[in-house]
Design a binder for this molecule. Structure first.
Ligand code: SF4
Length: 485
């Protein structure tokens, strides 16, 4: 066990004593979040960027060494300073001497000061004050999402300071009890008995959800509670809360909207719902040639390239399939940069070059592709007319699929990953090497940016994105009751 109680442990105990106890006594039962590496990278980048905005000294050691270095620092501003009081240790992102005392700044990868940030800051404030430093004001350093990165290495304006002193003062007196609570949890010999509930998701998704839910009676796969698509109206929610294991026949039709009724019919009959005539009518209005497009995009609280904003989704890759309307032959174009520069201009140039002036561009979940194209039009104004002309040609296959197709194996979901195994079981994301979903793609791309281009990672990215658009081609045929043969 650690010698000191940390802020992370105090916060974990506030969320759920079982979480804290498990994190110390049985951490192997937690599952690692796939996004955790990216979040750590983003947090480190934000911390580094924030430090350029102050003139101060960074404390790099750990434990007692960090405490000693912080005490010995003669700097008016200290980054990552370590403060110890009453057996609790905290590290402050920024602590600066000001006229009235000291200002504490907690840097957060968020655009506002949330209650959970104020709790963090109150814990820091209590421990730092108890260690003898007079913290007189507290701020959350949040990201200004309207800020534009204009000059390499200049992050002036990226962080906006939100004064939370009043909010901290309202709760800071509770911190000694929070520390004592965490101490008692850590001293317990057995795991606290806590039932899963809302605390498992908020303020942070708990890493022990799979472990704690293992004994819970979950709705059976394919049951109404598992597979009825949301949103649920109140009477349906109430019925399923009272009858979590209800059979499909128990769910009255008047509790369901037309889509949910189709899903019910499909599960009762064990058959797929497929309105081929309706899908054909919807798709017949689209003019050839037919293109199938998918972007992958990356975002970060600290912009990766000059000219972009915090959290901006920057497209770095696309796949584009084309079906010849006469021969039915398939051709493919794609883009993935072979450098670490901002890919947007090159991608936009390639995209307008790969797409002729006419025809339909099918996508899945059009809001995403349309949003990226509009942003590219702003970033590359000389191509704006060509890019914006693509928008009215974009057709979203998602609502068409939702209207005209459902297979019980979809489990009430219409993501491409749920639909594809039903319409084209011969295509599988599981067969791909290394990149199986959008998050994997972002991680792989960031790997290319950080560690340089490797053929293996490039191929994994290209294969994944190509499968996304090939899946759209198969879906397009399948919706119309045709095959790709
Ligand atoms: S999953 Fe829920 S009940 Fe289990 S430790 Fe986490 S917060 Fe507590």
């Amino acid at each position: 066990m650690n010698k000191y109680i940390t802020k992370t442990q105090i916060v974990a105990n506030l969320q759920c004593p079982k979480r804290l106890w498990l994190s110390v006594n049985a951490p192997q039962n937690g599952s690692v979040d796939d996004n955790v590496a990216s979040r750590i990278d983003d947090g480190n980048a934000l911390g580094s960027a924030a430090r350029t905005l102050f003139d101060g000294e960074l404390i790099t050691g750990h434990g007692d060494a960090a405490i000693a270095d912080t005490l010995a620092s003669g700097s008016d501003t200290v980054f990552e300073g370590a403060y110890l009081a009453n057996g609790a240790i905290v590290r402050a992102d920024v602590l600066s001497k000001v006229k009235t005392g000291h200002q504490l700044v907690e840097i957060k990868s968020a655009t506002s000061a949330k209650d959970s940030h104020v709790v963090d800051t109150a814990i820091q404030t209590h421990v730092i004050r108890s260690s003898g430093v007079d913290v007189t004001s507290c701020s959350v350093g949040a990201v200004d999402s309207t800020w534009v990165y204009r000059k390499q290495g200049n992050f002036d304006g990226l962080i906006k300071l939100i004064d939370v002193t009043e909010r901290v003062e309202k709760i800071v007196d509770q911190v000694p009890a929070w520390i004592e609570g965490a101490r008692q949890t850590l001293a317990a010999r057995s795991c606290p008995n806590v039932e899963p509930g809302q605390q498992c998701e908020t303020p942070y998704p708990c890493e022990f959800r799979a472990f704690c839910n293992a004994d819970q009676a979950k709705p059976a796969v394919g049951s109404p509670s598992h597979s009825l698509p949301k949103p649920w109206k109140k009477p349906l929610s109430e019925f399923l809360a009272q009858h979590p294991q209800a059979d499909w026949k128990d769910v009255a039709d008047d509790l369901l909207n037309p889509l949910q009724q189709r899903v019910k019919w499909s599960h009762i009959s064990g058959s797929k719902y497929h309105n081929i005539a309706g899908a054909r009518r919807s798709l017949a209005r689209r003019s050839a040639p037919f293109y199938f497009l998918d972007f992958e995009a990356v975002s970060s609280p600290v912009p990766l390239w000059v000219g972009t904003k915090p959290f901006q989704q920057v497209p770095f890759q696309y796949s584009l399939h084309n079906v010849d309307p006469v021969s039915g032959s398939l051709s493919h174009a794609e883009y993935l940069p072979d450098h670490a520069d901002n890919p947007v201009r090159e991608l936009a140039e390639r995209l307008v070059g790969d797409l002729p002036d006419e025809g339909t561009i099918f996508v899945y979940h059009a809001t995403f592709e349309k949003g990226r194209i509009k942003e590219m039009a702003q970033e590359v104004p000389e191509l704006a007319d060509q890019l914006l002309a693509l928008l009215p040609r974009i057709v979203d296959l998602l609502p068409i699929t939702r209207d005209f197709y459902y297979h019980p194996d979809q489990g009430g979901k219409w993501s491409l990953k749920n639909v594809l195994p039903c319409v084209a079981p011969e295509l599988s994301y599981a067969d791909l090497d290394g990149v199986h979903n959008g998050m994997d793609a972002v991680t792989a791309y960031r790997d290319l940016l950080t560690n340089g281009q490797t053929e293996q990672v490039r191929q994994a990215l290209l294969s994944y994105c190509a499968l996304d658009t090939l899946a759209l081609v198969y879906l397009w045929y399948s919706l119309r009751g045709e095959t790709t043969e």
